[in-house]
Ligand binder design. Structure first.
Ligand SMILES: Cc1cc2nc3c(=O)[nH]c(=O)nc-3n(C[C@H](O)[C@H](O)[C@H](O)COP(=O)(O)OP(=O)(O)OC[C@H]3O[C@@H](n4cnc5c(N)ncnc54)[C@H](O)[C@@H]3O)c2cc1C
Length: 492
């Protein structure tokens, strides 16, 4: 038994009231607030515990958005593509294949994009092709995400340095949240709450069904502390590694041994700056001791890794530590067990959903990254009303979460959550009874392609049908032949 201190009862000041309260300004929460404003909601609050938007993508230096296309078609658009079009003319802000290059199988295009990890497909069951995967500069994105909020300043009030600590409930209805700040403990009341904390901080206390990471062998069971090196020549590193794959394996082994965990150099929009992604685990990003160890033990190893690179690796002879991400890389922890639960079967079969809110090509190899449908019910809690949960804690099992907790799906489900909240309020419905057709209409109007619609480019469906929804892979065939055996499938 632990020791306890009984907290005395006290009145908490109502700091503000709104229609839609978004908790967490990461890719999901930021998109939710922006989409709600654009859908007509006028009284929105965005709470964020840090001083900037983006969460993992800006503070965690997760600077790569993969698999936006299938064959030669871009499926993931909406706010996700808006990030890149807005930053397209800023020097050094964005790098990735676009236009006619996307889907190309020409050797010269494959050669050009090969160094840019995930910009060339790697499914063994189909020819290599160029994929729209985009790298960006996180500080430029921080600035751009602020700009998007400034444009909606009449509709969205942003409160940074506010840490939401618990929901305010009336039975199974959420009415707002309590938060901690330098001003002390206060409350915000709201008609709809969007939990976009990534770790289910709100839904886990509101009575919604949820689960924790159960399989320690998944990608999501790893934390990270990402850093960047300057003075590099990434193209030289990549091309020399390709000429000598054995030496590349030695480099990866040496890096892993020096860092203590899997750690790999990845490109950025600039050839002279390299991003070090890593997988520290199993670690839980809701555990204080795991978070502390991730930060301090990683920093302790970075100088050693840089020495190893300078001494042993072509392209890193003059490399230096450029910067360290300001926050821990949080992949996953608590996840909603929502009205629908995504599993690998949703990738191995062509499943259609009437409440589809995102039709996304993903990193999953089972269907060679062909688009799958993500239903609204994956962000809809069981047991709580007027609460939505988009982002990396959406409802998916231990395997599927590795494919749907990436940036595009966090933005896509966030965009849909904001619109659903706006529609529910305008129509006087709840988030469970919201007119989903209206939500889908607004999503399409906000440049999100959805399947089975006359107002969406028919070539998107045609490319899927012509390629059997990507289900030509050996893995998909095995799943169709023996679904029971397929249940044991693990990617990581
Ligand atoms: C190291 C690493 C590498 C990755 N690699 C890739 C990749 O290459 N490509 C890709 O697409 N995806 C990648 N991912 C996954 C992807 O980055 C995340 O899943 C996604 O960015 C999560 O977005 P989110 O908005 O759901 O959550 P987060 O980005 O975690 O945002 C949550 C926000 O809520 C705030 N918050 C949290 N709790 C509270 C609270 N109680 N009160 C107030 N505010 C709160 C946080 O500060 C944060 O701003 C990676 C993740 C990591 C960690």
């Amino acid at each position: 038994m632990g020791k306890y201190w009984l907290e005395p009862e006290r009145n908490i000041e109502i700091f503000d009231e709104c229609d839609i309260l978004v908790v967490g300004g990461g890719s999901a929460g930021h998109s939710a607030a922006i989409a709600a404003a654009r859908a007509g909601a006028k009284n929105i609050i965005l709470l964020e515990r840090y001083g900037y938007m983006g969460g993992d993508v800006t503070g965690g230096y997760v600077i790569m958005v993969p698999s936006l296309s299938y064959k030669d078609k871009s499926f993931v658009r909406g706010i996700q593509e808006e990030w890149f079009t807005r930053m397209a003319n800023i020097p050094g802000a964005v790098l990735g294949p676009e236009g006619k290059e996307v889907g190309s199988e020409k050797p010269e295009d494959i050669y050009k994009w090969a160094p840019i990890f995930d910009a060339v497909s790697s499914c063994p069951d189909s020819p290599k092709r160029v994929v729209r995967s985009v790298y960006f500069e996180p500080n430029q994105l921080k600035i751009e995400m602020d700009k998007m909020l400034f444009e909606e300043r009449d509709r969205i009030r942003v409160y940074c340095h506010t840490w939401a600590t618990r929901p305010i409930m009336e039975g199974d209805l959420i009415k707002g949240v309590v938060f901690e700040s330098k001003e002390g403990r206060k409350a915000i009341l709201a008609k709809v709450v969007i939990d976009a904390t990534g770790d289910g901080d709100i839904f886990s206390q509101a009575g919604a069904a949820y689960e924790e990471i159960m399989d320690k062998n998944t990608r999501c069971a790893n934390t990270a502390l990402v850093w960047r090196a300057g003075g590099c020549d990434f193209e030289k590193f990549f091309r020399s590694s390709m000429q000598n794959p054995e030496s590349m394996m030695k480099v990866f082994k040496g890096l892993g041994e020096t860092f203590g965990h899997r750690c790999i150099p990845l490109p950025t929009p600039r050839n002279d700056i390299v991003w070090f992604n890593n997988w520290i685990g199993p670690m839980l990003c809701t555990d204080i001791k795991d978070l502390t160890a991730t930060e301090m033990d990683s920093r302790d190893k970075i100088r050693g890794v840089m020495d190893f690179l300078r001494e042993n690796v072509a392209g890193f002879e003059n490399a230096f530590l450029y910067d360290i991400a300001p926050q821990t890389g949080n992949r996953c922890s608590r996840r909603l067990k929502g009205e629908y639960y995504l599993t690998p079967f949703d990738f191995a079969f062509h499943n259609e959903f009437d409440d589809v809110i995102a039709w996304h090509s993903t990193v999953c190899k089972i269907n060679d990254s062909a688009p799958i449908e993500i239903p609204y019910r994956t962000i809809l809690p069981v047991g709580v009303e007027n609460l939505l949960a988009p982002g990396r804690h959406l409802s998916a099992d231990n395997v599927a979460i590795d494919w749907v907790s990436l940036i595009p799906q966090c933005i896509g489900t966030g965009q849909a959550a904001g619109i659903a909240a706006a529609v529910a309020l305008e129509d006087g419905s709840t988030v469970h009874t919201v007119n989903i057709k209206k939500v889908q209409d607004i999503l399409v109007a906000q440049d999100v392609p959805l399947p089975r619609r006359k107002d969406v480019d028919p070539e998107l469906t045609e490319v899927c049908e012509a390629n059997n929804w990507g289900l030509y892979t050996e893995m998909a065939k095995k799943a169709a032949a023996d679904p029971e055996e397929f249940k044991k499938y693990r990617q990581w």
